[in-house]
Design a protein around this ligand. Structure first.
Ligand code: CP
Ligand code: NVA
Length: 308
């Protein structure tokens, strides 16, 4: 059966653990190597990944490209606006054609239903490179970063501040699968997707929701935020005003554990959801997190090809 990675649950707990171990080990082996040099075993030799973008990207685009090169394969970028998809060719027909030409498809789009439709009609693996609903590849890199900085996932207390968005949904999904807890502080009207929330709770994760940022951060092992206005959302003054008390700044971070880690998927809007003092400060691991997109995605790629 074709393996798709539309959400973290497609892989499940055991596979996610294997992928995280693989990412950490592959990264360790090639420490200090030139980035264009391939891994010794080139496990995806001869494979081609098509990357379809209906939204902007820096990290996802570059990290998938470099990941494929390091694994011995190649990748090509399709800016949806310059393809026939952008002129109305159906997702089903695009899936059928790409499946004859490439070995896997990564897509960044808006409506999650589109990626499900693509996976339905594709006969090669489809990977979610972000939808309005979730961002699973990002969370693989986040979990890798947390583990590499010495924190075990089970029982971990992660605080989320700001908007109840796609990145948060994947963190909540990961909490259920990898047995950690999430304290969410978001303003009223911006709550996270209840589907992920309810499932993680059924799996035993403690997912709490508060309007009080200090309460969420108190004693947290990891503090996470993201842009207040995601791609495709309206940039309203009312939303920014509602989000302002949820900014991650030094006084707020002081309430977390002394060795807390600060994560942000980037791009950051400095002075909005996070201040310079935090993102450039000693608790911030955002550059490791960004680099880990390469390593984590190599394991996602190996998993969809049945190698993990
Ligand atoms: N974090 C992330 O997905 O970044 P890009 O939008 O640059 O891909
Ligand atoms: N929540 C953000 C993440 C960007 C990587 C967005 O969807 O724009």
């Amino acid at each position: 059966m074709t393996r798709h990675f539309l959400d973290l649950s497609d892989a499940g707990t055991d596979a996610l653990a294997a992928m995280l171990n693989d990412a950490i080990e592959r990264k360790r082996i090639r420490t200090g190597w030139p980035k264009g040099l391939h891994d010794d075993d080139t496990p995806l030799r001869g494979r081609v990944l098509a990357m379809v973008f209906e939204k902007n990207s820096t990290r996802t685009r570059v990290s998938f490209d470099i990941a494929m090169r390091q694994l011995g394969g190649t990748a090509l970028v399709l800016d949806a606006g310059t393809t026939q998809l952008g002129r109305g060719e159906t997702i089903a027909d695009t899936a059928r054609v790409l499946s004859r030409m490439v070995d896997a498809i990564m897509i960044r789009t808006d409506d999650h239903a589109k990626i499900e439709e693509l996976a339905h009609y594709a006969s090669v693996p489809v990977i979610n490179g972000l939808t309005d609903q979730s961002h699973p590849c990002q969370i693989m890199a986040d979990l890798q970063t947390v583990i590499e900085h010495g924190k075990a996932l089970p029982g971990l207390e992660i605080a989320w501040l700001g908007d109840g968005n796609n990145v948060l949904s994947s963190i909540v999904e990961a909490a259920g699968l990898m047995h950690f807890n999430v304290r969410i502080a978001v303003p009223e009207g911006y709550d996270p997707d209840p589907r992920y929330f309810d499932r993680a709770r059924e799996q035993g994760a403690q997912i709490t929701l508060t309007r009080n940022p200090a309460e969420a951060v108190s004693g947290a092992d990891v503090v996470v935020t993201d842009t207040w206005v995601s791609m495709g959302q309206a940039d309203s003054a009312a939303k920014i005003a509602a989000m302002t008390p949820y900014q991650v700044n030094p006084p707020l971070l002081a309430g977390a554990k002394a060795d807390t880690l600060f994560l942000h998927c980037l791009p950051a809007h400095r002075g909005e959801e996070v201040t310079d003092a935090v993102i450039d400060g000693p608790r911030s691991v955002v550059w490791d997190e960004a680099e880990n997109r390469i390593h984590a995605q190599k394991s996602v790629l190996r998993w969809v090809f049945g190698q993990l």
